[in-house]
Structures are given as structure tokens and as C-alpha cells.
Design a protein around this ligand. Structure first.
Ligand code: NAD
Length: 296
């Protein structure tokens, strides 16, 4: 089976490597980062010079790109996927983007007889490496069923949420909560540290108490306590996801006061130059304000 993969980044690299492990998959890759392409080519992937060339080679194409603007040029550019893809092909966009953008891209693809599926993921780089991602799928049932064996190489929990764009909507809801929880963990741990509590004690107790969350469990031990803020999941990307939530909420007339505060926390972190660091680095804002650090 010939599969194409575009976007060999923090998530895309381990996902592509999981596909490479399958004897059934011949993997074609494209990324603007030549070093990322070279690394996977050395492991058996076949590099392509453009999305168009990749679409000419592979019938199923996965994208794992930073944002909707990049997804849109990857599809519609002169050397884009739609210039190379033919009827019967399937494009799976696993990036976190707005449902509205997916609807536009799906209409363009479908006009050429190409299936278009949104399948954003949760579970972070650790889940991508382990092949245990949660995958939220939107699209027509038969097309989704046809690509399920590929999704099973990448994730453990695969949910067909609904029609095109439903996977994206689900991901926006999840990442609204992630952003809120991450900002909440940061301010609460700094309050505890300033009160004289040991970070390790706070983590052990909250993990067993009603204040626990994924943001606490996944980010405190490995990132905050270890003073290791290499992304992970970059602040720039979570800011984008909070932006998607705010845009969706505006269109649907839903107030998001807590989400808006969280988004401003991520805006502050970006303004401090922390955009490429992991989302747990938002704690540095409070650490600088209060003069305490939450470290092992
Ligand atoms: P990343 O920035 O590490 O990787 C993005 C990759 O896309 C890079 O290799 C980059 O070179 C490549 N790229 C950029 N522009 C390109 C173009 N025009 N053509 C081809 N390649 C291009 O990002 P990531 O953390 O891997 O995230 C990818 C997507 O997955 C985002 O939409 C993000 O919101 C989502 N996501 C990330 C995580 C996480 O924990 N990192 C978790 C779930 C979902």
C-alpha cells in the first residue's frame, strides 16, 4: 500500500516511523525541512520534491502540518496535492485546524473525486511514538472505513465522530480544555510553591485528588519539575488551538470567559518569546512575577 506523509515534525516524525514499521506500507514523504526528510529517508521512506509529486505516487496521503494556512497551500499550490491527486485517492488531514477550513478543502478535493477526511489527534509526542494516539475522525462512513487500517497503525482509540469537520470540532473542544487546564496548573503550582509547599508533594497529592488533570499529570513530572521545556506541544500551536475555539465560539454565539483568559496567558507566553517551548512553559510567567520556581 502506497502512503504519503507530509509534515515530519514533532508528531509527524514518530507517526511516519510507525507507518514505516509496517511491511504493508511503502511510505512517500514531503517536508520543507530537508533534515527531517533526510532522517526518514535513511530509514526507508521515499522523499518527494513537492506535494504534487507525492500525490502522483501515493493513493492515501496524510498531512500533519502546523496550521490551516499551510494545509491550504499544500493542497492548492501550483505544486500542491490537488495538482497531482487523481479520482479515488484519499487525503487525511491529521493537523489541528478549523472545521470551516476543512469544509473548503474537502469541497475542492471532492470536486476532483478525491476523498477528504479530517482526523486530528490527541496524546502528544509520547502517544505518537507509542502508536497510542486518540484519533477523532470526520468524513463519509465508507471512506473512513477504508482508511481505518492505516489509522490503527497510528492510534489506539479511533472515533468516527461524524461528517466532514466533526473531528476538527471535537479537537477544538479538547484543546480548549487543555489550554485552560495548563494555565490553571501553572498558577496553582506557583501559589503552592510560594506558600512553601514542595513541588513533588503537590504533584503526588493532586494526582490523587480532585484537582488532577492530564495537564498536571503529563506536564509536571517530565517538563516543569525537570526544567525541560523543549516542545512537546509548542505554545504557538496551543495558542492557535485556543484561537480556533474563540473563532468557533464567536460564530456560534457561545461565550468562553475561562477560555479567553487562558488564551491571554498563552498570548503573554508568546510575547515573552516562549512560542516554540512546550505548553508547560507558561508557568514561567508566574515564576517571573512571584520570584519562586516550581522545580525538583
Ligand atoms: P511541528 O512544528 O513540530 O511540525 C510541523 C512540520 O510541518 C515540520 O516538520 C515543518 O517543517 C513542516 N512544515 C511546515 N510547513 C510546511 C510546508 N509548507 N510543507 C511541508 N511541511 C511543512 O508541529 P507538531 O507539534 O508536529 O504539530 C503538527 C500538528 O499536530 C499541529 O496542527 C498541532 O496543533 C497538532 N498536534 C500536536 C501535538 C503535539 O503534542 N505536538 C498533539 C496533538 C496535535
Amino acid at each position: 500500500m502506497k502512503v504519503g506523509f507530509i509534515g515530519i515534525g514533532a508528531m509527524g516524525k514518530p507517526m511516519a516511523q510507525n507507518l514505516l514499521k509496517s511491511a504493508k506500507v511503502q511510505l512517500y514523504i514531503y517536508d520543507v525541512n530537508a533534515a527531517a526528510v533526510a532522517e526518514l529517508a535513511a530509514q526507508g521512506a521515499i522523499p518527494c520534491r513537492s506535494p504534487r509529486e507525492l500525490a502522483e505516487a501515493a493513493a492515501v496521503i496524510i498531512m500533519m502540518l502546523p496550521n490551516a494556512a499551510i494545509v491550504e497551500t499544500t493542497l492548492t499550490g501550483e505544486q500542491g496535492l490537488l495538482a497531482g491527486g487523481t479520482a479515488g485517492h484519499t487525503i487525511i488531514d491529521m493537523s489541528s485546524v478549523a472545521a470551516a477550513s476543512t469544509h473548503r478543502m474537502a469541497a475542492l478535493a471532492q470536486a476532483k473525486g478525491i476523498e477528504y477526511i479530517d482526523a486530528p489527534v490527541s496524546g502528544g509526542v509520547a502517544g505518537a511514538v507509542a502508536g497510542t494516539l486518540t484519533i477523532m475522525v470526520g468524513g463519509e462512513a465508507a471512506a473512513v472505513q477504508a482508511i481505518e487500517p492505516i489509522l490503527q497503525m497510528l492510534g489506539q482509540k479511533i472515533y468516527h465522530v461524524g461528517a466532514t469537520g466533526a473531528g476538527d470540532s471535537m479537537k477544538v473542544v479538547n484543546n480548549l480544555l487543555l489550554g485552560i487546564n495548563m494555565a490553571a496548573v501553572a498558577e496553582a503550582l506557583v501559589l503552592g510553591a510560594k506558600s512553601g509547599l514542595k513541588p513533588r508533594v503537590m504533584l503526588d497529592i493532586i494526582k490523587e485528588s480532585s484537582g488532577r488533570s492530564y495537564a498536571l499529570e503529563a506536564k509536571t513530572e517530565k517538563f516543569i519539575l525537570k526544567n525541560n521545556f523543549a516542545a512537546g506541544f509548542a505554545i504557538d500551536l496551543e495558542y492557535k488551538d485556543l484561537d480556533l475555539a474563540m473563532e468557533t465560539a464567536k460564530n456560534l454565539d457561545v461565550p468562553l470567559p475561562v477560555g479567553a483568559s487562558a488564551q491571554q496567558v498563552f498570548a503573554m507566553a508568546k510575547a515573552k518569546g516562549l512560542g516554540r517551548e512546550d505548553i508547560s512553559a507558561v508557568i514561567k510567567i508566574w515564576e517571573e512575577l512571584t520570584g519562586v520556581q516550581v522545580r525538583e
